[in-house]
Design a protein around this ligand. Structure first.
Ligand SMILES: Cc1cc2nc3c(=O)[nH]c(=O)nc-3n(C[C@H](O)[C@H](O)[C@H](O)COP(=O)(O)OP(=O)(O)OC[C@H]3O[C@@H](n4cnc5c(N)ncnc54)[C@H](O)[C@@H]3O)c2cc1C
Length: 349
């Protein structure tokens, strides 16, 4: 028996989830196919921060994305009855006086002013070595992405909206009415497979690069740190002496699964400024869907007009996914043009 719905979503990471929420807000019916073959949203540090802390520059559309994303996660907290958003400052550890000067220069720039505090902070944590103070980034925090995805899967499952299986691209048929896939007939398909896009025959022409990242969760008794610390690595407090330390950026290795090399890299950087002993709880990895021009991949297939893509969230999916999902749904249902910087039409010659 055929099931008539509006949309088939492929992928339930931050992108697919944000799109599902936008469909629900519009009263559109859908089904999500997702198989957990990609792990980026499950392992992410979950930080939102509109400042690039290496160079003290603004992330693309960072402030606007944050303005849209924070109420989006707040609504999800209400709907799922869960704590998801931990609004904590990031303390950026300076490695030198020169870095402090760069910070002050950056904090003068209009887009960065609201986020970079002019007051440098002395370290009071005996477990950290911080000779040149911290700069405080305001308006930042962490979304518990694994908690969110897991709860959302359950929510969709209860509604009968989640198919826990791989999407088989060869079974997708298209005609003037829309698309059909197994028992479903739909108006459109939105592909949100993260790095899994590489095996999507319709959109694998897009320049998705992929950057593998690894994080370690550890117990550090006595650290008692309540802020997010950024030095050579991030230390993100999870509560009860547990912290997440990450992340690596590896461009060549796209395999799933953690590596000894990344573990050594993270621990070596951590031990440069964290002096306490620790115990490793877990070590996980995922591939970030990064793009050569560092912009999302959003839009319509050039030939198959019922097929759409929502990808390229890069290393900032928490901030980017809600805005990108909103842009795609506004394009499809309201005819509002996509920002050319995120529109996949930029890759048509
Ligand atoms: C170590 C690490 C740390 C990170 N830290 C942060 C951070 O602090 N802040 C931040 O904002 N971002 C962070 N990111 C980036 C963030 O994780 C990504 O931007 C975001 O998760 C991408 O979401 P996505 O939905 O596009 O892809 P994914 O999360 O990869 O989800 C894709 C989904 O599609 C499914 N799928 C793929 N192919 C198929 C198929 N054929 N059939 C069915 N299902 C399929 C997968 O199973 C998966 O569920 C981090 C990433 C990593 C790896």
């Amino acid at each position: 028996m055929n099931k008539r719905i509006d949309t088939i979503i492929v992928g339930l990471g931050l992108a697919g989830l944000a799109y599902a929420e936008h469909l629900l807000a519009r009263g559109k019916s859908f089904v999500v196919f997702s198989d957990r073959s990609q792990q980026a949203s499950m392992v992410a540090g979950g930080l939102y921060n509109p400042v690039i802390l290496k160079r003290f520059t603004g992330a693309w559309n960072g402030a606007a994305q944050l303005d849209y994303a924070l109420p989006f996660y707040e609504r999800l907290e209400g709907k799922l009855d869960l704590k998801l958003d931990y609004q904590w400052p990031i303390l950026r550890r300076f490695a030198s006086i020169e870095e402090q000067n760069l910070w002050f220069q950056a904090s003068d720039k209009p887009g960065l002013q609201p986020f970079l505090s002019l007051k440098l902070v002395e370290n009071r944590n005996k477990g950290l070595s911080v000779p040149y103070k911290f700069g405080v980034v305001e308006g930042t925090g962490r979304v518990a992405t694994k908690t969110l995805i897991t709860a959302y899967e359950t929510y969709l499952e209860q509604q009968g909206f989640w198919q826990k299986e791989s999407f088989n691209y060869t079974l997708l048929a298209q005609d003037s009415q829309g698309v059909s896939y197994k028992d479903w007939q739909a108006n459109s398909v939105v592909f949100a497979e993260g790095y899994g896009l590489k095996t999507n025959p319709f959109f694998n022409y897009l320049p998705l690069e992929g950057t593998k990242g690894e994080v370690i969760t550890m117990k550090i008794p006595g650290l008692n740190e309540g802020a997010i610390i950024k030095s050579g690595v991030f230390i993100i407090p999870l509560g009860e002496d547990v912290y997440r330390v990450g992340s690596t950026y590896f461009w060549r290795d796209k395999t799933q699964g953690p590596t000894e090399a990344a573990k050594t890299f993270l621990l070596e950087r951590l031990e440069r400024f964290m002096t306490l002993s620790y115990e490793i709880v877990s070590h996980v990895s995922g591939v970030r869907p990064t793009v050569s021009d560092r912009r999302p991949l959003v839009g319509q297939h050039p030939e198959y007009k019922n097929l759409f893509v929502l990808n390229g969230m890069g290393s900032r999916g928490v901030m980017t996914a809600p805005t990108a999902a909103n842009a795609l749904s506004s394009y499809i249902y309201d005819g509002i043009a996509l920002d050319p910087e995120m529109d996949v039409a930029r890759f048509l010659s």
